[in-house]
Design a protein around this ligand. Structure first.
Ligand code: RFL
Ligand code: PHB
Length: 389
C-alpha cells in the first residue's frame, strides 16, 4: 500500500489532518488500532475554542456543530460560598462551544469516508522504519501483517502510541509534571442545572459542572491519584458533588442516572522536538495537559492545522520552511497552554491539606481573578484560545 502521508491514529488530530490534506489534494491513509464504534463513542473532551470552531466551519464541518454545539460566553468560578462569572466574550470578543469530542470525531470520519478517504480501523501500527528516506508503517490488519509506504509519517497516536517511542534515545527531551490527584468523571442523564460551566474550588477538592446537551450533564470531582472507581458508588458521587457545588444560596444540582463513570489521572507533559527525520508528531502523542484548562483537543487541532499548511507548501512547490519550522511554531502554543492549564489546576484544586499558606494564596488568586478585569481578561483570553501565540 502506498500514500503520500501515512497517519497513525484516528483521534481528532489524525482525522483532521487527513481532512485538511484532502482539501489540498494530498493523499493520506489513517491507521487506527480501535474499531470505528469504539472511537466514535469514547467519552473525552467537551470544549472547543473559538479557533477550533472556526477551523471546523472553514473546512466544511460546521453544519451539525452549529445546530447542536452550545455557545458559551462566560464561565463561573465558585469558591468561599460565592459565585463569580467571568464574562469571556465581553472581555475578549470570543466564545467557546461545548460539543463533545466524539461528535467532532464522528463528523470527521463521515467527511473522510464521504470524500472517498481511507481510514483503516482495527489496524494497529506495530513499527515504523526507513524514516530517514522512504518511510514504512508496519501494521496488522485483518489477521495479516501489512506495510504502508509513504513520503512522511505523522504520529497522531496519543501518549501510548508507537510513533514517539520510535525516535532513538537521546533525541527527544521530556518535560513533565504529575499531580497527586485525578478526576472522577461522570455522564448523567440529568438536564444541566446551569447554562455555563462551573469550576468550583472547595476545601474537599475541586468539582466541575459541564454538559453535553440539554438532557445530559457531565460532571467531574477531584479524587486522590490512587482512587479506585469501585469505591465510588453513584450515591457517594452525588453526595460529594452536592457538598462541593451546592455552596451558594438557592442552587441545587439536578440528579439523574449515571450513564458512565471513570477516573483519569492528571499530568502535564511536553516532548521536544515534535519532529524527527520524516516523522512528525501531533496532539497527545507529544504533549498532555491536565483537563482543567480544556486545552487537549484544541492543541491537537492546532498542531495539525500547521501541518496541513506545511505539507501543502511542500507538495505545491517544494517549500521546506513550514515543515522545518513546525515543531518550533507548534511549541509556542503548546507551552502557552501548558502554563495556563497548570495555573488553572493549581488555582482550583485542593493541593495539600497540610499547607494553610498555599490555601491562602489560592483564595487570594481566586479573589483577584474575579475582581480585577485585567486578571480576568488573562484567564478569558487563554480559555477561549489566543489567535496568535
Ligand atoms: P487521541 O484522541 O488519543 O487519539 C489517538 C488515537 O490513536 C490510536 N492509536 C493507534 N492507532 C494505530 N496504531 C497504534 N499503535 C495506535 N496507538 C494509538 C488510539 O486508539 C486513538 O484513537 O489523540 P489526539 O488525536 O491527539 O487528541 C487528543 C485529545 O483526545 C485529548 O487531548 C483530549 O481528549 C483531552 N481532553 C480535553 N481536551 C480539550 O480540548 N477540552 C476538554 O474539555 C478536555 N477534556 C480531555 C478532557 C481528556 C480527558 N481524558 C479522558 C484524558 C477530559 C478528559 C476526562
Ligand atoms: C467537559 O465538558 O468534558 C470538560 C469541560 C471543561 C473542562 C474539562 C472537561 O475543563
Amino acid at each position: 500500500m502506498r500514500t503520500q502521508v501515512g497517519i497513525v491514529g484516528a483521534g481528532p488530530a489524525g482525522l483532521m489532518l487527513s481532512h485538511l490534506l484532502h482539501r489540498h489534494g494530498i493523499s493520506s491513509v489513517v491507521l487506527e488500532s480501535r474499531s470505528r464504534e469504539y472511537v466514535e463513542h469514547r467519552l473525552r473532551a467537551g470544549v472547543l475554542e473559538q479557533g477550533s470552531v472556526d477551523l471546523l466551519r472553514d473546512t466544511g464541518l460546521g453544519a451539525r456543530l452549529d445546530r447542536e454545539g452550545m455557545r458559551h460566553e462566560g464561565i463561573e468560578l465558585r469558591f468561599d460560598g460565592e459565585s463569580h462569572r467571568v464574562p469571556m466574550t465581553e472581555l475578549t470578543g470570543r466564545a467557546i462551544t461545548v460539543y463533545g469530542q466524539q461528535e467532532v470525531v464522528k463528523d470527521l470520519i463521515a467527511a473522510r469516508l464521504d470524500a472517498g478517504g481511507t481510514i483503516l480501523f482495527e489496524a494497529r501500527a506495530d513499527r515504523l522504519s526507513d524514516l530517514d528516506t522512504a518511510p514504512v508503517i508496519h501494521f496488522r490488519h485483518q489477521g495479516r501483517d501489512e506495510e504502508l509506504h509513504c513520503d512522511f509519517v505523522v504520529g497522531c497516536d496519543g501518549y501510548h502510541g508507537v510513533s514517539r517511542p520510535t525516535v532513538p534515545d537521546g533525541v527527544l527531551t521530556t518535560y513533565e509534571r504529575t499531580y497527586p490527584f485525578a478526576w472522577l468523571g461522570v455522564l448523567a442523564a440529568a438536564p444541566p442545572a446551569v447554562e455555563e460551566l462551573i469550576y468550583a474550588h472547595h476545601q474537599r477538592g475541586f468539582a466541575l459542572y459541564s454538559m453535553r446537551s440539554p438532557q445530559i450533564s457531565r460532571l467531574y470531582l477531584q479524587v486522590p491519584a490512587d482512587a479506585d472507581i469501585a469505591d465510588w458508588p453513584d450515591e457517594r458521587i452525588w453526595a460529594e458533588l452536592r457538598t462541593r457545588l451546592e455552596t451558594v444560596p438557592d442552587w441545587t444540582l439536578n440528579e439523574g442516572p449515571i450513564l458512565e463513570k471513570s477516573i483519569t489521572p492528571l499530568r502535564s507533559l511536553v516532548v521536544e522536538p515534535m519532529q524527527w527525520q520524516r516523522l512528525y508528531l501531533a496532539g497527545d502523542a507529544v504533549h498532555i495537559v491536565p483537563p482543567t484548562g480544556a486545552k487537549g483537543m484544541n492543541l491537537a487541532l492546532a498542531d495539525v492545522a500547521l501541518l496541513g499548511d506545511a505539507f501543502a507548501a511542500w507538495y505545491a512547490d517544494g517549500r521546506t520552511d513550514l515543515l522545518d519550522g513546525y515543531s518550533r511554531t507548534a511549541l509556542r502554543r503548546v507551552w502557552r497552554a501548558q502554563q495556563f492549564s497548570w495555573w488553572m489546576t493549581s488555582m482550583l484544586h485542593q493541593l495539600d491539606a497540610d499547607d494553610p499558606y498555599a490555601a491562602k494564596l489560592q483564595s487570594a488568586t481566586l479573589r483577584y481573578v474575579t475582581t480585577s478585569p485585567a486578571y480576568a481578561t488573562s484567564l478569558a483570553e487563554n480559555y477561549v484560545g489566543l489567535p496568535e501565540v
